[in-house]
Design a protein. Structure first.
Length: 310
């Protein structure tokens, strides 16, 4: 029964809903406090076991066989979501691994997606993400195709844990920067024409032309927000991560919809009305929620780890 309680707890939006679901669907009366206690107990086991193995593997050398067959290339997408924890809004780092290939409409389609989340030090997440990727197709010989918003903490992950990987700035995040500058310069109605012209250059991989276009806009007047002033530098510093024609030709994903799904899933579970978390409780539900969103195979493995250590 404990496994059912844990699965329902991560799949519903609160411990109250979990208790109601257990009673309605299984005819089992379980109090909110009992569910809370079991999530804390078993989720903590999952968190600590994973982090311990990740640290040992990285510091002492890999000894464990990957749980999945190593692929030549594995998709990795990274992002973050804000959650109220420890008295304020803090970022939970999230990531996912996936296989990718051509879809029916010629688009790049992701499959076999598995998720991981972490609240804490960024280096702890990077190491856990590497451990997760190692077991989900990257191994020691696979290449990570890493899609994100271009944040420096994502660059740090690639540089340290998969230096042979490919870094790609998510297309939609890049476009958000263009739209923000366009709206500040020309207003909501006037921005479209400018953004459309610059978007064509970006789609063609002409990042240097995008930088020049942004700089030209900023010369039109003196006063701009700090965010607007940073836009040319954002594209200049990440130019090699925006060679979209090259990425499309290689069949790589250029969007981060896979990890956005996890951000929404964790947000839905952890940002409900009145929810306030402490670090340990948040870590526990993140671990369970990540396993639950990753499908039956990942959940089975997670349950085995929890019962072995309990």
């Amino acid at each position: 029964m404990v496994e059912q309680i844990l699965w329902v707890a991560q799949a519903t939006s609160s411990y109250r809903e979990a208790a109601e679901a257990m009673e309605r669907l299984a005819g089992i009366a379980v109090s909110k406090s009992t569910i809370h206690r079991q999530v804390a107990e078993y989720g903590k086991v999952l968190v600590e076991k994973g982090q311990q193995e990740a640290q040992e593997m990285w510091e002492s050398g890999v000894t464990a066989e990957p749980r999945e067959e190593v692929r030549e290339e594995v998709g990795i997408s990274l992002d973050g979501v804000k959650v109220w924890v420890d008295g304020g809004w803090h970022e939970v780092k999230v990531g996912c691994c996936f296989d990718f290939g051509p879809g029916e409409q010629g688009e790049v389609k992701a499959k076999g997606i598995s998720y991981v989340g972490w609240y804490g030090e960024v280096e702890e997440f990077r190491m856990r993400m590497w451990w997760h990727a190692y077991h989900h197709g990257m191994g020691l010989d696979g290449k990570g195709v890493v899609v994100g918003d271009g944040a420096t903490w994502i660059d740090g992950f690639v540089q340290t844990y998969c230096p042979d990987g490919v870094r790609i700035v998510d297309w939609y995040h890049a476009m958000e920067h263009l739209w923000a500058l366009g709206r500040e310069a020309y207003g909501d109605e006037g921005a479209s024409e400018w953004v459309k012209k610059v978007e064509e250059k970006l789609w063609a991989g002409e990042v240097e032309e995008v930088v020049l276009a942004c700089e030209q806009v900023l010369r039109e007047r003196q006063e701009w927000s700090e965010a607007a002033q940073r836009v040319p530098g954002y594209f200049h510093e990440r130019a090699e991560q925006m060679r979209y024609p090259t990425f499309r030709a290689a069949g790589y994903p250029i969007g981060s919809g896979t990890v956005e799904s996890e951000c929404k899933g964790l947000g839905w579970r952890c940002k409900g009305r009145g929810q306030r978390w402490k670090e340990e409780g948040l870590q526990a539900i993140i671990a369970l929620r990540s396993a639950g969103m990753s499908g039956s195979k990942e959940w089975k493995w997670a349950w085995e780890q929890m019962t072995m250590a309990a």
